[in-house]
Design a protein around this ligand. Structure first.
Ligand code: NZQ
Ligand code: ZN
Length: 384
């Protein structure tokens, strides 16, 4: 196990009816800005619950944060927050609203070109405190300190983060997810699954606790995720279990002391930037293709994954076991109703070379050297 620091200060308020408790979490007298997306919260009753909880506060609203939130939109929220002297942000929605609000939180007091917070990891000394009400289990943004922002004008989709950007609290009420369309449920299951894979299916760092935590999350995401997309009516326990699994998948716990990669996400982000592909879908396309490329380097973990997660008969040649584990991964995504080829997702060849070139120029893909920039093109060919 490698040395590590583990810090996660997020106060999680989990369960039905918990939205009302936000009034105990936001300091009295705060000037609050509620941020949200395209309006789902107005249709499912979440907005009304927020207004009820905030009735003793002075608040303003910023709506219209789009999926894969754009710098161009968020900067308008920053201007509004500055003008209104906002000193507490409440993000209500999915990962895009939460990530967008993290950016707003960092940018409000930033002097200079705010995009540099994302593009060059420009340092900032303070961030406006924020809380979240999560309505879409998937990204883990509710319990981590990172975000992903797109600059539409340059087709860049980039991650940023800082310990200053942990939410002060996050409300996870499974009932708020009842209004999610099937497409978002599917995306969420894939995203949570791949988050675990990017932190677990790397090198063997002798981290049995972290490995077994990761495997338990994968198994839970598989079981609960399959039910989630099959059930005709939402089931509270199913929603609760999936929601918590998705949060645990990316709150820093399973990556302690071991090696993470994130190459699948880096390639997926480019597909989203160029083609508008849903985040979850982009990962379902890339991950199986990427695993095929690193079969030798990640053999130990792939065999462990095959045995413990897929219960594959280990009395076969190692190569066959690994191929089967990768095939089962691909099949799992398909069983959710997610297409896993570029072609089936309507992705043309138009920008694939440009994306591959970006990685060659950048000289790396994820954090592990076994995924080489030249492989991106090969992965696309394999997944077309
Ligand atoms: O905008 P509204 O009207 O709210 O509709 C949203 C949006 O259209 C809708 N939705 C959310 N909750 C709903 C709902 N519709 C009905 N009922 C509800 N309860 O769902 C649509 C998609 O929302 P979005 O927030 O974009 O989805 P998701 O949570 O999957 O977030 C994706 C973004 O998160 C980033 C991704 O790159 C992408 O930009 N990620 C953030 C991470 C992080 N901060 O740690 C890690 C992830 O790997 C990921 O990269
Ligand atoms: Zn993700």
């Amino acid at each position: 196990m490698k040395n590590f620091n583990f810090y996660n200060p997020v106060n999680v308020l989990f369960g039905e009816g918990k939205i009302l408790e936000i009034k105990e979490q936001i300091p009295a007298g705060s000037k609050v800005m509620i941020t949200y997306g395209g309006g789902s919260i107005k249709k499912n009753g979440v907005y009304d619950q927020i207004c009820e909880a905030l009735k003793d506060y002075d608040f303003v609203e910023f709506s219209g944060i789009e999926p894969n939130p754009r710098f161009e939109t968020l900067i308008k929220a920053v201007e509004l927050a500055r003008k209104e002297n906002v000193n507490f942000l409440l993000a209500v929605g999915g990962g895009s609203v939460l990530d967008g609000t993290k950016f707003i939180s960092a940018a409000i007091n930033f002097k200079g070109d705010e995009w540099q917070i994302v593009e060059s990891a420009a340092k900032f000394d303070s961030a406006v405190p924020m809380g979240t009400v999560l309505t879409l289990p998937a990204t883990g943004s509710e319990m981590n300190s990172g975000g992903v922002i797109t600059k539409a004008s340059t087709k860049q989709k980039l991650a940023f983060g800082s310990p200053l950007l942990f939410p002060r609290f996050s409300v996870l009420d499974p009932v708020t997810t009842y209004s999610l369309p099937i497409r978002q449920l599917r995306n969420g299951v894939v995203d949570a699954f791949v988050h675990v894979m990017e932190q677990y299916l790397t090198t063997d760092d002798n981290t049995p606790i972290q490995d077994r935590f990761a495997e338990s999350i994968l198994l839970t995401v598989m079981e609960e995720g399959s039910r989630l997309v099959e059930l005709k009516e939402p089931d509270y326990q199913n929603r609760a279990n999936f929601m918590w699994a998705a949060t645990m998948a990316l709150n820093g716990l399973i990556s302690t002391g071991n090696t993470s990669d994130w190459a699948t996400h880096m390639i997926g982000h480019e597909l989203t930037a160029f083609y508008g592909t849903d985040h979850g879908v982009s990962l379902a396309i890339v991950l199986p293709g990427l695993l095929k490329k690193v079969k030798a380097e990640r053999k130990v973990k792939l065999l462990q994954y095959a045995s413990r997660v897929w219960a594959i008969d280990m009395n076969m040649e190692e190569d066959k076991i690994i191929d089967l584990a990768i095939e089962k991964t691909d099949d799992f995504f398909k069983s959710l109703g997610v297409e896993t080829s570029l072609h089936a997702n309507g992705i043309s060849k138009d920008h694939l070379d440009e994306i591959s070139e970006r990685f060659i120029k950048q000289k790396y893909v994820g954090m592990m050297p076994d995924v080489k920039p030249s492989m991106v093109k090969e992965i696309f060919e394999d997944r077309f």
